[in-house]
Design a protein around this ligand. Structure first.
Ligand code: PMP
Length: 437
């Protein structure tokens, strides 16, 4: 066994350090979480966290909904419910998924505490320690935490501006099989990717699906941002064209309220049964109160108009980010142009190291997430994720101005003295560059 790392709680050594299960070794504080403490200071412009702008919700109407719910249906809303989730809400979720093209039965749906919980349950029911999960390079930080908490091995598949590359996926699956390891899942975020900001077009989706089908693996399609496209078109879910080989994850976190913690999985029959049992083990049942709040909101409010409000808010912020990046960033810096969602993925010039630069950025009152957090294998040193979902446009512009200043200073230092990070970036072990044109 690896020697366990000494972790301190306050000033004391943790007395339980040798008692933890092996699977907790993968549970380290994510860079996003560690950043929140610093980045939440009001003077720092945080382009780090992915917090939805919930202030754009009709809060008075929601307050009325909640008051009415407790008054009229409190005995149900405040009671335990079913492990699969409320049946009325499952029917309403079918309408919510209509724009992404999914046709299903309420019985195919399992409601969970956010889609994060569904992700955890899918991995729990499929993966034994050592099983391989294939993911995009880069991928969602907290999905990596789930895979590592179940002691999965993660294999990254390169992306381009259309997302996961099918040929690279085919090769990665073949090489996992050739090595004698057992591949279990292909995890993908096809629409408005976190963190890459790119979207698979219809042809790319079909190609990726074909590779996954022919490999006999299960696809886990994570789609929290699908309705948040800025040109008002909604990408068709992969699950719309394949019901047996795909588990689809959806959520109300970005279209209604993340704090209610209501998400769902759409799964083939046998998988759905296992997910319900796993859901019961984890939580007995998802919160009835949160589910009925969402259900009432969907039934009584123009929820799709609100989605359009969110699109407008995020489009304006995306534009503020892109315009200021274009006008302020030093030559050699590149970034992706998201057609929806919350994120743009930046590549720093001349081998600058985003992790090493972070303390300087925070001192200059701007925060981002360094790229390495989005990989299980140390890639991403020259990348960072910027999110534009939460700050007002003027704050975004100010944040980019500060960040551009930090990058220019780093470049000057590297030029004059040869910064260790920049030198390491040029001469150190060559981390494969993500191909995110
Ligand atoms: N998947 C992705 C790609 C995400 O970005 C998020 C939230 N940041 C989630 C899943 C989890 O969302 P929730 O649990 O709030 O539904």
């Amino acid at each position: 066994m690896e020697p366990t790392q000494q972790i301190t709680t306050g000033t004391r050594l943790d007395p339980w350090i040798d008692a933890y299960a092996a699977r907790t070794q993968g549970l380290t504080t994510s860079q996003v979480r560690a950043l929140f403490a610093v980045a939440s200071r009001p003077e720092v412009v945080s382009l780090a966290g992915g917090m939805p702008f919930v202030s754009a919700l009709p809060l008075d109407a929601l307050a009325d909904t909640v008051a009415r719910l407790i008054r009229d249906r409190g005995a149900v809303a405040l009671q335990y419910g079913s492990g699969q989730g409320d049946v009325t809400l499952r029917e309403q979720i079918l309408d919510v998924m209509e724009p992404v093209g999914i046709r299903a039965h309420p019985d195919d749906i399992v409601i969970t505490a956010g889609s994060q919980m569904a992700l955890d349950l899918v991995v729990r029911v499929f993966c034994d320690p050592g099983d391989v999960v294939l993911v995009e390079a880069p991928t969602y930080i907290t999905a990596l935490s789930v895979f590592s908490s179940y002691q999965c091995e993660v294999v990254h598949v390169p992306m381009d501006d259309q997302g996961m590359r099918p040929e690279a996926l085919r090769e990665a699956i073949a090489s996992v099989k050739a090595s004698g390891k057992r591949a279990k899942l292909v995890y993908t975020i096809p629409s408005f990717h976190n963190p890459a900001g790119v979207t698979q077009g219809p042809a790319r989706r079909a190609e990726v699906l074909e590779v996954v089908r022919s490999s006999g693996l299960l696809m886990l399609e994570d789609d929290p941002y699908g309705l948040l496209g800025f040109d008002d078109s909604v990408p068709r879910a992969i699950r719309a064209d394949e019901s047996e080989g795909v588990v689809y994850l959806g959520t109300f976190s970005k279209t209604i309220a993340a704090g209610l913690r209501v998400g769902w999985a759409v799964a083939p029959h046998g998988v759905r049964e296992k997910l319900v049992l796993a859901n019961e083990t984890a939580t007995l049942c998802p919160s009835n109160f949160a589910q009925l709040t969402i259900s009432e909101y969907l039934a009584t409010q123009p929820w799709f108009d609100q989605v359009k409000v969110f699109r407008d808010v995020y489009r304006e912020r995306r534009d503020a980010l892109l315009e200021s990046l274009s006008s302020l960033m030093p030559a050699g810096t590149t970034w992706t142009v998201p057609g929806g969602g919350f994120y743009s993925w930046v590549t720093l010039p001349h081998g600058l190291d985003a992790t090493a630069m972070l303390p300087r950025a925070v001192a200059a009152m701007v925060a981002y997430v360094p790229g390495t957090g989005f990989y299980a294998d140390g890639q991403g040193r020259h990348n960072l994720r910027l999110s534009y979902c939460y700050p007002e446009p003027d704050r975004i512009r100010e944040g980019v101005r500060r960040l551009a200043g930090v990058i220019k200073d780093e470049l000057e230092i590297a030029d004059i003295f040869g910064s260790p990070e920049a030198v390491a970036g040029r001469e150190g072990p060559a981390a494969p560059e993500p191909n995110l044109a």
